[in-house]
Design a protein around this ligand. Structure first.
Ligand SMILES: Cc1ncc(COP(=O)(O)O)c(C=O)c1O
Length: 413
């Protein structure tokens, strides 16, 4: 059992008011808030240990290096990677995916090769592959979607063939909340000799992810969506794959030997971390992992399932108003993400009115433009929950939507 009030007390921002109302923050798929321990870790680093890493023999530099590498260890054990060498610090999930594309992709993808994606990919797991395919003359194929927003795997054997060199799939969709059967997809990818990239930006904050159990070749995520700071992300890669990859960025810190003519590369992961890394934010991401593990990822996932089930029930009250809720209708198949459309009310108008009530939701295409268009709308409103949200906040959202519909229908609210 987790005590949500106790958790909420750890997040200073949750006590603030917005437009005269208690903040109801339902934009967690975009970014999450930070507990005091994460904020304090940043302050502590800059106040007490600030120094560059891997460079100095002086005390501050050694302390910074120890904390920085300890954070890498924490990430490694959090996702159960074989070794912390497999953990490469990046700025965010987007950068991690670009590194895979520019390094592994440019070396291994050739004309006629195929890359398989799902139709629900975030632009960050779409455009790097589009660019790679354009330059290399490769082809991108897409899995199909069922009406409920789950993946249709009935034609997977036609789509995944010996031409498929890479399969890159989102674990949990930021636009629909769909939880994808990634272990099965990874197994299929390996059967045809393809590598499997898993976009964990929306899964790792909410559930236990074990990269060895899934057997993915790459796993990417962003710190800021899991209570950590912005500007820090992770690229996990299997060592045997990373070892065959060249660095995308070169410069300081990532070299072994340098002459006026050439350079040789440092060991992994430093090979992929040119220049001074984001030291403070990596350390604070380690603190975020401590915080999440202290609550327990299974507790988080189970609590959020309760929110999802409750939200799905409450959204039924809006069906008579013509409100369409996109994505699966079961908490087994979907995270606590509610993407919806109200006929006659633009999501931006809804978002603005809800903001007046202190309720923060996201409106737009959620960086999944092709998917949103395929739903027959140009934008949706999206409420996305985290472990610090309450069932009462689901009620406030539903009341806010009802009142907005009344306002647009007869001017009352
Ligand atoms: C599923 C998914 N993948 C990738 C990203 C990209 O994350 P970032 O903007 O932190 O690089 C996001 C961000 O919303 C996302 O939801």
């Amino acid at each position: 059992m987790i005590d949500i009030n106790e958790i909420r007390n750890d997040f200073p921002i949750l006590s603030r008011k917005v437009n005269g109302h208690q903040l109801v923050y339902l934009d967690n798929a975009a970014t999450t808030h930070k507990p005091r321990s994460v904020i304090n870790a940043l302050v502590d680093f800059y106040e007490n240990h600030n120094s560059n890493v891997h460079r100095g023999v002086h005390t501050l530099s050694m302390e910074a290096t120890d904390q920085f590498e300890e954070a890498r260890e924490k990430i490694s054990s959090f996702i159960n990677s074989e070794t912390s060498q497999s953990i490469i610090w990046t700025r965010n999930a987007s950068e991690s995916l670009n590194i895979i594309s520019y390094s592994w992709g440019y070396k291994n993808i050739s004309e006629g090769d195929e890359i398989l994606l799902s139709p629900m990919e975030h632009h960050s797991n779409l455009i790097p592959w589009q660019e790679l395919a354009r330059v290399k003359g490769a082809k991108i194929k897409y899995l199909s979607l069922n009406d409920d927003g789950t993946l249709d795997l009935s034609n997977i054997d036609e789509l995944m063939t010996s031409n498929t060199k890479l399969v890159s799939i989102v674990h949990v969709s930021n636009a629909l909340g769909t939880i994808n059967p990634v272990k099965e997809l990874c197994e299929k990818a390996h059967q045809v000799g393809a590598l499997f990239v898993l976009d964990g930006a929306q899964s790792i904050p909410h559930m236990l992810v074990d990269v060895q159990e899934i057997d993915c070749d790459f796993f990417v995520f962003s710190g800021h969506k899991m209570m950590g700071p912005t500007g820090i992300g992770v690229l996990y890669g299997k060592m045997e794959v990373l070892e065959k990859m060249d660095p995308v960025f070169t410069g300081g810190e990532m070299v072994l030997e340098v002459s006026y003519e050439k350079a040789s590369w440092a060991d992994i992961p430093m090979r992929f971390e040119a220049g001074t890394p984001n030291i403070a934010d990596s350390i604070a991401l380690g603190t975020a992992v401590d915080y999440l593990q202290n609550i327990g990822m299974d507790n988080i996932h189970n609590y959020e399932k309760t929110i999802t089930s409750y939200g799905l029930e409450k959204f039924k009250e809006l069906e008579s108003e013509g409100v369409t809720l996109f994505g699966p209708k079961s908490s087994e198949l979907k995270g606590a993400v509610f993407s919806f459309h109200i006929p006659g009310i633009h999501p931006h108008d809804l978002g603005t009115i809800l903001d007046g009530m202190g309720i923060a939701v996201r409106t737009g295409h959620h960086c999944a433009m092709p998917l949103i268009r395929s739903l027959g709308v140009s934008a949706t409103a999206r409420a996305s929950f985290y472990v610090y949200n309450t069932l009462n906040e689901v009620d406030l959202l539903i009341d806010g939507i009802k009142s907005t519909i009344r306002y647009f229908t007869d001017g009352s609210n």
